[in-house]
Design a protein around this ligand. Structure first.
Ligand SMILES: *Cc1c(COP(=O)(O)O)cnc(C)c1O
Length: 495
């Protein structure tokens, strides 16, 4: 072969990397310092954003990194919604700890493949320590088997698959489902939609999800759970899994986990806790009683990219007995020789989830946990909850709002104008006003809340998982909403 000099279109010299990197870090620092003065979002439609990105074919020749990175930073900061804005309270999406951004830079630079210990010595050991710390924080056995995944859905899927394998009355991995066996899982009517995806994708079938009704606090009715299991057994079906939610996505309700654990124990059914939102509140003294039964679960899903404020993506699945996790995910082909390094056994994280090659997600969580410490995490979560309750209190005192619930750091409410016409269905009218106003609020960029439905009522829903939110931000919200709400009301009901 002829000697040739390789041209390296994707490499950077250390000088170039330093120059481009420093400029980017300066830009990001400026953005973070500035975030409060920016709108939460510009509410631009897709066509505007597409146009800003530029509709052009893939360039055939390369361009210099400094120009590209600077352009990307401007583009992204200019056309993004900022969930780290102090007035963002939509869905359950947290502000992201800046140390997590630095962690991702470091992780990507070393680019460890955390699928196997030998490819990621430091990364795998740090991931294992992160999972132990997470267990410690929420009061789950530290010798459980865990894995970092992309988020709450994936964490719940991993646990669901471990449960499916552990409890199936036949060899589900080898034979698959024939369509005659029915394995049943039980969830409260308020459970996140991940369970439908899981039932569908993993062969259980969505018909086999039992949506157990909730009580007046939106918690699973355990008497009806017991009844449903008995009915299914009588019909010859096979109950295998109950999901208890530690903080529902709609209102932050916490299912009666201890009672559910009792049922699962006596029925020999897998007990999974979806703690994607509220799991970390278990570390607060105020929630110890409601959440301590997490420790009785066979598996638990938590979401560091919610209440540990890690940048997206960071979820974590933990199964009490590591063997249940390994038996659901571990396949060892001939080219596989990873579980020993020298004389010592080595952990293979690819044996714990559907992923093979894996990024170093744990680093941002590990650094954030150390930066805040247990006390810092407890304080941040407690303050988020206090702010949500404060919102409930100030809305309660106003006559242009009705409050519904406050649970964990979610408060639900609706705007109620004076002078609703006497000849309309009041509830339908309020649903319409609130639905219209939330869209205008979200697009306006002053503040951001989302919505849910409670017993048919369309309600606004503020979820504070945001270390940048101050009391003044919360206190500004009612006037912003009532101003928009009033203008909607005036349009719907001209004087
Ligand atoms: C957010 C959430 C999920 C989904 O988590 P993602 O990180 O968005 O995948 C599942 N369950 C509950 C209770 C949640 O709050």
């Amino acid at each position: 072969m002829q000697e040739f000099e390789r041209r390296q279109p994707l490499d950077m010299t250390p000088e170039e990397f330093r120059k481009v990197g420093h400029r980017l870090v300066d830009r990001i620092a400026h953005f973070l310092g500035d975030i409060r003065s920016l709108p939460v979002t510009k509410g631009e439609p897709p066509s505007v954003v597409r146009q800003a990105i530029g509709d052009r074919p893939l360039p055939s020749t390369g361009e210099p990194a400094d120009v590209l990175v600077e352009h990307a930073a401007e583009l992204i900061i200019e056309h993004s919604l900022f969930n780290g804005h102090p007035r963002f309270w939509g869905y359950i999406t947290s502000s992201a700890a800046p140390i997590g951004a630095l962690a991702d830079l470091l992780a990507a630079s070393v680019n460890s493949n955390a699928g196997a210990w030998s490819l990621s010595p430091a990364a795998t050991e740090i991931e294992l320590q992160t999972i132990r710390w997470i267990c410690e924080l929420i009061g789950y056995p530290v010798d459980s088997g865990g894995v970092m995944v992309s988020g709450g859905n994936m964490a719940n899927f991993v646990c669901f698959l471990a449960a499916r394998k552990a409890k199936a009355p036949f060899d589900v991995q080898k034979t698959g489902f024939s369509g005659t066996e029915r394995m049943i899982c039980y969830v409260s009517a308020e459970t996140h939609t991940w369970v439908e995806k899981a039932a569908d994708e993993f062969g259980i079938g969505t018909n086999q999800v039992r949506w157990v009704p909730v009580d007046d606090k939106l918690r699973m009715r355990v008497d009806l759970l017991r009844q449903a299991i008995a009915d299914d057994r009588a019909a010859g079906d096979f109950p295998f899994l109950v999901v208890g939610t530690a903080g529902t996505v709609g209102t932050g309700a916490i299912d009666p986990l201890d009672d559910i654990a009792d049922v699962c124990e006596s029925e020999d059914v897998w007990f999974h806790v979806d703690g994607a939102y509220g799991g970390f509140a278990a570390t607060l003294p105020d929630f110890r009683i409601d959440l301590q039964a997490i420790s009785r679960a066979d598996s638990i899903a938590v979401d560091p990219h919610k209440w540990l404020y890690s940048p997206i993506e960071a979820g974590c699945a933990v199964v009490r007995n590591l063997e249940h996790m390994r038996s659901a995910f571990s396949y060892h082909p001939p080219y596989y020789r990873f579980d020993q390094v020298g004389e010592e056994p080595a952990v293979v994280m690819a044996d714990r989830s559907p992923q093979n090659s894996r990024g170093f997600r744990a680093l941002k969580v590990w650094l954030g946990l150390q930066q805040a410490g247990r006390e810092g995490i407890v304080r941040s979560i407690a303050e988020d909850i206090e702010l949500a309750r404060h919102l409930y209190t100030i809305l309660q005192d106003r006559d242009d709002f009705e409050v519904f619930t406050t649970g964990l750091s979610i408060t639900t409410f609706r705007y109620v104008p004076a002078g609703i016409p006497g000849d309309v269905d009041r509830d339908a009218y309020l649903n319409e006003i609130n639905e219209t106003l939330v869209t205008e609020l979200q697009e306006g960029g002053e503040a951001y809340v989302s919505h849910t439905r409670i017993r048919g009522h369309y309600v606004l829903r503020a979820c504070v998982v945001n270390f940048r939110t101050e009391v003044a931000d919360i206190e500004a919200l009612p006037d912003i909403i009532s101003r928009i709400g009033l203008s909607v009301h005036e349009r719907l009901t001209p004087a």
